[in-house]
Design a binder for this molecule. Sequence first.
Ligand SMILES: Cc1ncc(COP(=O)(O)O)c(C=O)c1O
Length: 361
Amino acid sequence: MNKYNRIFNFAAGPAMLPEEVLETAKNELMNYKNSGMSVMEISHRSSLFNDIITEAENNLRKLLNVPNNYKILFLQGGASTQFSTVPLHLLKTKAAYINSGHWSSRAIIDAKVFGDVDIVASSENDKFSYIPDCSNLNLSGYDYLYYCDNNTIYGTKFKEVPDSKGIPLVCDMSSCILSEVIDVSKYGIIFAGAQKNIGPAGVTIVIIREDLINNCREYTPNILKYKIHSDKNSLYNTPPTYTIYMCGLVFKYLLNNGGIEEQEKRNLEKAKYLYDYLDNSLFYKTLAEKNSRSIMNVVFTTGNKELDLLFVEEAKEYGLENLKGHKVLGGLRASIYNAMPLEGVIRLVDFMKTFEERHHV
Ligand SMILES: Cc1ncc(COP(=O)(O)O)c(C=O)c1O
């Protein structure tokens, strides 16, 4: 076993963090930069914290090559709060939503509170097992197009950025941000909860084009106004200081380890290893259509509820945790975010082979 008896955590989020990041946090826990305090204890108005948030923002800008006309905000309330904040700012007449799973369905419900919402593409007819065709959507008259890039529960992922035909494109990237190279300039707003690829739970990153910041509805609560957070550099109210510090450590770690290009390469390698095994097995079935597969969340099943449960239990004894599928879909799910090493996926496949040998009839 390793130094800390750590297991491989396949949870969909909160998820694994790079060990090197946890080591740094541990070493700096009691006395951050000779302040005599932990980061948890320093004021969000101090110059020490100002350095932490500024460096985190600059490093995220570098990692994703964020253009100068975009602001990066560190907000609270989870990705779910953005389901309302987005329409409060952008929905004037009617909005176009792509429904590719649970989280876009939730965003649609919340947007409908504020005006007309049309579902312009959907894969609900087949239990969200695929990504709907979005190559030529009719978007005339819509204020914006919304989609969720990686469907954490159904294990599907857009392979192409939908063409928003000139209207702002809004994307929930909660479960794929920093996993692959993206072109930020194609988007009006990108948002993502931190707890999968960015850091611990508690902060939501919003990357927003400057011209979209200002136009919220009059009755928008101040705490939800992008403009206020932007003007105050995400310090309008007390931010989750320790979470932002941890996110900053992850950004630094990624920059020091080849950036997003390298991370994408590693992620593709891990996903290929697991899908290749699944595709060659007569025992396990994958649930997402092949050309819609996520490289972050791999969903599969033995086809037998009891066996799936036994799989989860026995995997735990093997040092592989949180492999149970989401309750809305059932089955099994291996979330293999950035911080999951290839070694963890190899161990999972080793376990899957022995489980198959023991239970395949
Ligand atoms: C794609 C996606 N969007 C939104 C959410 C909701 O995030 P939060 O719990 O931060 O509100 C999740 C949570 O897992 C998610 O996977």
